[in-house]
Design a protein around this ligand. Structure first.
Ligand code: GLC
Length: 810
């Protein structure tokens, strides 16, 4: 069979499917919600202030850090579930000092950064900046719960000039003000701007008002809705169908600081292998092996960079996970070895649906499917409340799903990846993990599915949004165990807060349209602000036929995005770079070569995301937090703090307006200086992407190559772009790009500063205790420095001798 039994619907069918999905949004309707009562008493412990209320609720405020407070409310009759969250990575916060003051009307907590005023009657909480006394966030009404349905809700006053960012993966613009969003992981092929929800749920947002920011993470995995001023001008709020009102409040005022704290709480992305930053090619589906190798050969012959090829569902034997179709791939180990010799890694898809394949009494000698057999024997598959197996329908037909909340089931699932890693598979693509079930994609008929959940046996309503997080965890930990000397590479479609600890994400089944390409920018920026730094979208898009223009424009953008992967669905024209003529192919080549040249900067910037949580792909607002022109900028972005891209994301256009924040900028291509604080019209023919460097930056770059392992970074080229005062700074991070040795401090970081012709290079530093345990470059190499200043270019070249230097460049 050369098609899946349930092919992805076309765009038309997809939108019909979306329309037929039951309305998933809950209105923030207050009619049946019982407000929490006034504060009747309180108790202080070292870390917490516990409030009891007249209606027997408890509200626990935990002071985790001077800028981080958790507010957890239990209403009367609400079962006190164990204090555990699958999203949280850190619970052991060092103690922090805070003061409590009391008045007849209020209680007030003061940390070094936040003041939290709790009005006793009614119970209303206000968060203020302890230094400026500026209110950051205030309850608009008391928190509430519907005792009949268990729905909980909170409302905050909406500031007249308050803006919202984050909320994870939403098919929406950057500023979420006046929008309404639901968290309910959903398989939504062909989604467009406004389709909500889609695959992921990250209930974290950053509020901005008067240049100051705060963050709010509502850690509740039940279906929830965020009303960001959609219902009116008074309030913004969140409500969930079950679970607790349990949120974390982050003080800023800096957005970067908030993201750093948020990712300290929920975890940061691990360093990927360097090859994962190379260009990747996928298709639903390449087979047999000779066809995959033909694609690889085409890439090499055409001098087009490629690091990774993907095998979609047809590599399996009738879509049985952890099997191979031996006709299509008779010798997977030899196949991956041949590709590896050409510098190409292979990533395979692994879906959660395990083929339901009980023994057929009529065929007693038929081979048995071990994944099914073992899963049944060990009772790892999800069951409904009545004890029957939850049987869904995915690619193999009837399918079962593993309960990844069981630690032994996770370990078992992880071990099964041996069937892939043993034959040289380098990474795992976990898909359909909303989880998608063709019988009912909405989840309505699955609400009685029970999850072990650390022995508490909770229901689907809590776990749908967590399913992918726990599956990604099982996969990541499995790869870690199977290949302890390799960094795992896992890519996931669905997720919840914290999924960044285990997997990179791609934005699912987008369309081959310019609107879809344009949507990449706010989507990647919002994911980054929500802790997910390693992101990407199918290039040029999943559903639809491409053309030269969309191929060129989508690659221009993707050349700077962490995950740069070409993919396309089964029933559309091919998407490889050469399919639309040599002109488009040349443009793709130019931008892929650019990506590999920029790799030292890309890797350095990604390491910053790994270390601090500050994303790689940034909205301008993250760098220019007080610039109100950046509040709503959906068609420009920054990579790190030095590169500003303004790709053309509209059809036919061959020029566009570019906004330059205050400061000095340089055209990346011509090095022409540009004064900031203005909007300029620039030309952008099809082969051009407007790209700029921020004055004051030093960009580490290297030579072109066709895969990341082809050549060492030699020479390393540092492009220096002084600011108006003639100064610039930059860093370069390096490690072996493959193993976890960097976690033991085996890396190498150098800092460069330039001040009016004098360049200072620091001695390299690592993180290991012994200074000689620093990462060493694989071969001797040169450093090249080029200063782009005052319309002239100055250069200097020297051997990298691993020493600090002060160089005058004239
Ligand atoms: C889903 C994925 C897509 C994949 C297809 C077949 O639609 O999102 O990327 O190609 O399934 O596995």
């Amino acid at each position: 069979m050369n098609r899946a039994p349930f092919p992805i619907p076309s765009v038309v069918a997809a939108s019909a499917l979306l329309l037929s999905t039951p309305a998933a949004s809950l209105a923030l309707d207050w009619t049946n919600l019982a407000p929490i009562g006034p504060v009747s008493s309180h108790t202080r412990t070292a870390r917490t202030l516990e409030l009891r209320t007249a209606d027997n609720s408890t509200v626990t405020l935990s002071i985790l850090a001077p800028d981080l407070v958790r507010v957890r409310t239990l209403f009367p009759g609400q079962p006190a579930s164990p204090d555990h969250s699958w999203a949280i990575a850190k619970t052991d916060w060092p103690s922090t000092t805070w003061q409590l003051s009391e008045s007849p009307t209020a209680l007030s907590i003061t940390t070094a950064e936040l003041e939290i005023v709790i009005n006793r009657d009614p119970l209303l909480i206000t968060f203020l900046d302890a230094k400026t006394k500026q209110p950051l966030n205030r309850d608009e009404r008391p928190m509430a719960r519907d005792p009949k349905t268990a729905r909980v809700a909170a409302a905050k006053k909406l500031g007249f000039d308050e803006h919202f960012y984050g909320l994870g993966e939403k098919a929406a613009r950057l500023d979420k003000r006046r929008g309404r969003f639901t968290m309910w992981n959903s398989d939504t092929p062909g989604y467009v701007e406004g389709t909500d929800p889609i695959y992921q749920s990250i209930p974290f947002y950053i509020g901005w008002e008067n240049n100051a920011c705060y963050g709010l993470f509502y850690d509740n995995s039940h279906r929830s809705t965020f009303d960001m001023g959609w219902s009116g001008q008074d309030y913004t709020g969140f409500t969930a169908e079950g679970g607790e009102l349990d949120y974390y409040f982050f003080g800023g005022p800096s957005m970067k600081k908030i993201i750093s704290r948020y990712t300290e709480l929920t975890g940061r992305m691990p360093m990927p292998p360097l090859w994962a930053l190379g260009h990747q090619q996928s298709r639903y589906s390449y087979y047999p092996d000779t066809m995959v190798e033909r694609v690889a050969a085409e890439y090499r012959q055409r001098d087009l960079p490629l690091d990774v090829l993907y095998l979609d569902i047809h590599y399996m034997d009738a879509y049985r996970v952890f099997t191979w179709d031996k006709t299509r791939f008779p010798d997977p180990a030899a196949f991956t070895a041949r590709l590896d010799k050409q510098g190409i890694k292979v990533v395979t898809i692994v879906d959660p649906g395990v083929k339901y394949e009980p023994a057929d009494p009529a065929k007693p000698n038929a081979p048995r499917y071990a994944v099914y057999e073992e899963g049944i024997a060990k009772d790892y598959f999800l069951r409904r409340k009545d004890g029957s197996l939850y049987i869904g329908e995915v690619w193999p037909g009837k399918s079962l799903f593993v309960d990844y909340t069981k630690a032994d089931a996770r370990a078992w699932w992880g071990d099964w990846h041996r069937s892939l890693t043993d034959v040289g598979i380098a990474g795992i693509w976990t898909d359909m993990n909303e989880p998608s079930d063709f019988i009912d994609k909405s989840g309505a008929t699955q609400m009685d599915v029970v999850f072990d959940d650390l022995g508490t046996r909770t229901l689907y309503g809590k776990h749908r949004n967590l399913f992918a997080l726990n599956m990604a965890r099982a996969t990541y930990e499995g790869l870690q165990k199977l290949k302890p000397d390799r960094r795992p590479f896992v890519i996931t479609r669905a997720g919840y807060a914290g999924v960044q600890r285990y997997a990179v994400v791609w934005t699912g089944d987008n369309n081959v349209t310019m609107d879809s390409v344009a949507l990449n920018i706010p989507m990647f920026a919002s994911l980054g602000l929500s802790g997910q730094a390693f992101v990407g979208a199918d290039v040029p898009g999943f559903i639809g036929r491409g053309d030269a223009e969309i191929l060129a424009r989508s690659y221009q953008l993707a050349s700077l995005v962490p995950l740069c992967r070409n993919h396309g669905t089964i029933d559309y024209y091919d998407h490889e770079p050469w399919r639309y003529g040599s002109y488009a192919e040349g443009i793709v080549r130019k931008f892929l070569k650019l990506r590999y040249r920029l790799m030292p900067y890309i890797y350095t910037t990604l390491e910053e995301a790994h270390r601090t949580g500050v994303p790689y792909f940034r909205p301008l607002l993250l760098e220019f937090q007080t610039d109100t022109n950046a509040l709503n900028l959906d068609d420009q972005f920054m990579i790190g703090d030095a590169l500003l891209a303004a790709p053309v994301v509209r059809a036919i256009e061959r020029g566009r307006e570019v906004y330059f924040p205050a400061g000095l900028w340089y055209d990346f291509w011509t090095h022409t200086p540009i004064n900031g604080a203005q909007t300029l019209r620039v030309d952008a023919p099809l082969d051009h992407m407007p790209l700029y460097v921020r004055g004051g930056s030093i960009l580490p770059t290297t030579v072109e190559m066709n895969h990341t392992g082809e050549k060492p970074w030699s020479p390393l080229r540092f492009a220096i772009y002084p600011d108006a005062e003639g100064r610039a700074t930059g860093t370069l991070y390096e490690d072996d790009g493959l193993t976890p040795a960097h976690l033991k401090g085996i890396f190498r970081r150098i800092s460069l500063t330039y001040d009016n012709n004098v360049l200072t290079i620091s001695a390299p530093v690592g993180g290991a205790l012994r200074p000689d345990q620093i990462y060493q470059p694989t071969a001797p190499r040169d450093f090249e420095f080029t200063v782009h200043a005052h319309g002239k270019t100055l250069s200097h070249r020297r051997r990298d001798d691993g020493q600090a230097h002060r160089i005058e460049i004239k």
